[in-house]
Design a protein around this ligand. Structure first.
Ligand code: GLC
Ligand code: CA
Length: 585
């Protein structure tokens, strides 16, 4: 026997990044961040403590017991730093200060201490591809060509009196903004209030590493790194392919650029290696081969990355609609993407698992069935399917309640800069997409779908605020809310709680090898996990009809059902949206 069996009790946290604390012969070194479940908080929409309509840090602190009850290990906070909020905090004007609307540094310290007291770790969003244009570095940088901060950002001379190239920013329009004061353009891959930092400048890297160290010394437990795959640009700045008749696609020239791995290795040796952290890179444009470098098992860069292939599976071939495609991606297509990542990362890199976040629509609306008849069952099915795969699972606030998309009926509802700018560019200015189609697209995939306030109870404004919420509450809050979920033993909340507990108790869920099953099925997503002699069989019916499925027909007496979203089973079939997992010792 080569492997030391892993204790069935909750596993002790490995003290050092990537250090094998359990089995020394297992190909998979143990680490606490592999065994953890992460819960993402979008602070602006989580809980408002003072009635100004904006979620805040005391609001989070007040609800920590709820999260401890759910059983998650780590909270990732979307940015809480000082920001003019052009992109809801992803435009930072001071990395060492808290956004006024969210509270004070004392509120932060209190939240951190309370969280730690409850056994919850805190992971901060690290937004260092760009700053706000109101950051002092940029205010200095734009003053003159000779300013000592000039090279903190990416400045280029006009080309034939126009922008240096045809790149479109991720939030519509040109990725270049002309600055009168010095007659040059600066690059902004996102809004013009988010100028890109110049990572080639060692001073910029020093500033970032110092700032990260400052937060680590405060006692935080990790970083989620915003668009970290974009910090190194192709030095040739070539024009991109034009698909919508307006601008060029910059992604091949800004994602996974020539120095990105070098910079992350430097970050690892200068900062990350000195602390026991969870690090996850948001890796726009990442391929599996790139992911194997970012999240390699030697631990020279990051613990894991978020890829986008499965959440982009609904994009259309329509060159104009592109990322706004509203069609539901088919299960076989999703499965082939997810299985491919499972198999290819095995033994090479660690993965992350998610259905949604603050940039994506609600999971149950996009991948499941948010009709009253099937919402609860399909939300549980999706959770089962994802949480029992290999990788670290992420839950986005409200997902554990089965919160749903908004239905957009008018542009007055938009809060997100991405939606506002796209509407202007495609519907108003160029009339390339008609308003009804665009509203349909937004209802399916816009980011505001997941940014509506957390639904705590059935009182006015869902218990999120006593004032006027910054973004409207989803009307279904009287039915879908945390209070109702906590009162119902069959709720989605308790199902997630159970999935999280199962992960803590069963090493096979964390470390077992992933083996796809029934890959020809159009209706059943099934797979197996294997660790030593044990097997975990998982099958999920992705349709609202009863479907044939024989994989549980001959399970031995010793098999134990770990979880299922239906009360009783029928032989040879899975009921509508049924999910079932059976452990064979
Ligand atoms: C990431 C964030 C997103 C933000 C963008 C620019 O994709 O998740 O919310 O708008 O980066 O910072
Ligand atoms: Ca508030």
């Amino acid at each position: 026997m080569n492997h030391t069996p892993i204790d069935n009790a909750r596993i002790d946290r490995a003290p050092i990044d990537n250090a094998p604390t359990g089995s020394t012969t297992s190909p998979e070194p143990r680490a606490w961040w592999k065994e953890a479940v992460i819960y993402q908080i979008y602070p602006r929409s989580f809980a408002d403590s003072n009635g100004d309509g904006i979620g805040d840090l005391p609001g989070i602190t007040a609800h920590l017991p709820y999260l401890a009850k759910l059983g998650v290990d780590v909270l990732w906070l979307s940015p809480v730093y000082q920001s003019p909020n052009d992109d809801n905090g992803y435009d930072i004007s001071d990395y060492r200060a808290i956004m006024k609307e969210f509270g004070t540094m004392a509120d932060f310290d209190e939240m951190l201490e309370t969280a730690h007291g409850l056994g919850l770790k805190i992971v901060m969003d690290l937004v260092v591809n760009h700053t706000s244009d109101e950051h002092t570095w940029f205010l200095e940088s734009r003053k003159s060509r000779e300013n000592p901060f000039r090279d903190y950002y990416i400045w280029k001379d006009p080309k034939d009196g126009k922008a240096p190239n045809n790149w479109q920013s991720s939030f519509s329009g040109s990725a270049w903004e002309f600055d009168e004061a010095t007659g040059m353009y600066y690059l902004h891959c996102f809004s013009k209030k988010q100028p890109d930092l110049n990572w080639e400048n060692p001073k910029v890297r020093n500033e970032v590493f110092d700032m990260m160290t400052w937060w680590c010394e405060k006692g935080i437990d990790g970083f989620r790194m915003d668009v970290i795959s974009m910090i190194s640009k192709d030095p040739a700045f070539p024009d991109g392919e034009v698909t919508d008749g307006l601008y060029g696609d910059m992604s091949p020239y800004v994602c996974n650029g020539p120095h990105v791995h070098e910079y992350l290795q430097e970050m690892r040796s200068r900062v990350l290696s000195r602390y026991d952290l969870l690090t996850v890179g948001e890796a726009a444009g990442v391929t599996i081969d790139e992911a194997k470098k970012y999240a390699n098992l030697d631990g020279t860069e990051l613990n894991m990355v978020f890829h986008f292939e499965h959440v982009n599976a609904g994009e259309t071939a329509d060159t104009v609609l592109g990322k706004w495609g509203y069609e539901k991606p088919s299960m076989p297509r999703l499965r082939s993407i997810l299985n491919k990542w499972q198999l290819e990362l095995e033994g090479q890199a660690w993965g992350s698992l998610y259905w949604d976040n603050h940039d994506q629509p609600r999971a149950v609306s996009r991948f499941g069935d948010d009709s009253p008849q099937w919402r609860v069952r399909s939300a549980k099915m999706l959770a089962t399917c994802l949480h029992l795969m290999k990788g670290t699972p992420y839950i986005y606030q409200g997902e554990e309640l089965g919160m749903t998309n908004l239905h957009f009926t008018s542009p007055q509802q938009f809060r997100d800069i991405e939606e506002i700018n796209a509407w202007k560019q495609y519907v108003v200015d160029n009339q390339i997409i008609d308003p009804d189609t665009m509203l349909k697209c937004f209802s399916a995939v816009a980011r505001d779908n997941s940014r509506t306030p957390m639904q705590w109870d059935a009182s006015t404004c869902a218990g999120f605020t006593t004032g006027t919420p910054w973004i409207p509450v989803n009307e279904n809050y009287t039915e879908i809310n945390a209070e109702a979920a906590l009162a119902d033993p069959d709720s989605i909340f308790y199902y997630y709680q159970k999935l999280i507990r199962l992960r803590h108790e069963n090493p096979i869920i964390v470390y077992g090898r992933f083996v796809p099953l029934l890959e020809d099925s159009n209706t059943i997503y099934a797979y197996e996990r294997r660790l030593e002699d044990s097997r975990l069989l998982v099958a999920c019916n992705w349709t609202p009809q009863t479907r044939e499925c024989r994989i549980f027909d001959s399970i031995p007496e010793t098999g134990t059902e770990l979880i299922s979203n239906v009360a009783s089973h029928e032989k040879g079939v899975l009921q509508p949206y049924e999910a079932r997992a059976v452990l064979l010792p």
